[in-house]
Write a protein that binds this ligand. Structure first.
Ligand code: SAM
Length: 257
């Protein structure tokens, strides 16, 4: 096991460092302007851009922690901790590692379509499965994980074959019908009573501050919309919450009569 190798989730540089790249030169220009006593017509906009870009850069690194596996948003998820978990849209492994670290007795299937959406997020090039596997190894959780190529709207898994499901920032990439299909498929493959932790981009003040009108995730739909979708698919929402830029819903699969 290559413990100690760095985790590299591979989100594009502009998402990880774009705001910082703008904050640093603007702060430098602002300092120069203050030193040389530039007019307020130059200093005020420079100051506003610098403060905005620096705030969002801090949010990305300390609030969203986009380049590190986050903690579980709720300890209530899969409290039993022993069994088989499915990650829908695992990408380069951030959400899979989050669960495997928090639940050391669990095994997990990290599933993804590994298609255009993967390349869009993480860039083309190396085989996507290799990038995911390398992070699982670097996190020391690869012995408990397997990788599966799967479309979450049409899962190639047997009914009731997982004890819990997680999905982070992935279901909200699908269109209305895709979301409906994915939630129904999640309900089909999880055992009755099993947990589904759905993590989404939130259209909160932080996201608006960072992206303004450029925010396009389906996560911009609110808590009520997602609660309704989960209920229609056969889940009962037992908890929901927020973190900067994020909303999550913890749902439990109800058995159909
Ligand atoms: C923003 S990434 C999230 C990755 C990871 N869960 C995380 O938290 O960093 C969204 C992922 O969803 C995957 N995805 C999009 N549509 C999918 C589909 N229909 N079935 C399976 N995965 C899909 C993409 O390939 C991509 O890896």
């Amino acid at each position: 096991m290559q413990l100690g190798a760095p985790l590299d989730f591979g989100y594009p540089w502009w998402l990880s460092y774009g705001h910082l790249a703008l904050a640093l030169p603007t702060l430098a220009l602002l300092a120069l302007g203050l030193f040389r006593r530039w007019s307020k017509w130059a200093l005020v906009p420079l100051g506003a851009i610098a403060v905005w870009a620096a705030t969002v850069a801090l949010l990305f690194h300390f609030g969203l922690g986009i380049d590190t596996p986050p903690p579980l948003p709720t300890e209530a998820f899969f409290r039993a901790g022993k069994g088989r978990v499915l990650d829908l849209g695992a990408g380069t492994g951030r959400s899979s590692i989050m669960v495997l670290r928090a639940r050391p007795q669990a095994t997990l299937v990290a599933s993804d379509l590994f298609g255009d959406s993967f390349d869009h997020h993480f860039g083309p090039g190396e085989k996507p499965q290799d990038r995911l596997r390398r992070n699982l190894v670097a996190a020391g959780v690869d012995q408990r994980a397997e990788i599966a190529t799967a479309d979450m709207t049409k899962l190639p898994f047997e009914t009731a074959s997982f004890d819990a499901i997680v999905s982070a920032y992935a279901v909200d990439h699908l269109g209305r019908q895709g979301i409906k299909d994915a939630l129904r498929e999640a309900h089909r493959v999880v055992k009755p009573g099993g947990d589904f932790l759905l993590i989404l981009v939130a259209n909160d003040g932080w996201s608006k501050l960072a992206f303004g009108p450029l925010l396009t995730h389906g996560g911009t739909r609110g808590r009520q919309w997602w609660t309704g979708g989960l209920q229609d698919a056969g889940f009962q929402v037992v908890e929901d919450g927020t973190a900067p830029g994020t909303q999550f819903l913890l749902a439990r699969a109800i058995q159909y009569p």
